[in-house]
Design a protein around this ligand. Sequence first.
Ligand SMILES: [Zn+2]
Length: 196
Amino acid sequence: QLVIYYGEYRSLVLDDGTMASDAIGFWDYLDTYLRSMHLKAGHGGHTDSGEVGDFGYWLAVIDFIGFILGGFFVFFMLQTYPTCWKCSRYLRKITKTGQMFPDHGQFAKYYDTLFQHPVDSRPFADLMKGNPKVRKPALGTVLVGSDLLGCEHCKTQLLAQKVQILGKKGWKDIAKLTRNVRLPDGVDLRQVVTPG
Ligand SMILES: [Zn+2]
């Protein structure tokens, strides 16, 4: 945060063309800057508090806390993001596909048998590309979304599947059927996980 203030200080040019940094020291600048901030409230900010004075320091502290919380928030968001189990880099989405099943029975047959086949086998590819004819989703239609993620560094891939069922209130996640399957070294499913 100080670096940001300092950057503004170094680049500030006064009305007469002189650099602020030639005219005033950084700490004096910062003190003036913080004290002379204005608070605006109401619609379109038409209520002006005038210069905030000492309160400017508190505003800087509040800014700082926001800064830290924002950082933590991003950090924890990224914690849930899938990473490569070999080199710890974040995985990138390579391709994706969606498959719909008219009822739970046909879905279960697909879901339970898919990984009984080796991931680089023909039956596995056929199941991944198979698209049972569902013209219009109806109550009970099951949607499987498959994302193929890969590590740009070591080329390792992960197949992530998410299952949703169409209920009265729209598509509903079935969280317990979500699965992330690590693919063996050297397996490339880019030709198998294809849209449509
Ligand atoms: Zn990797």
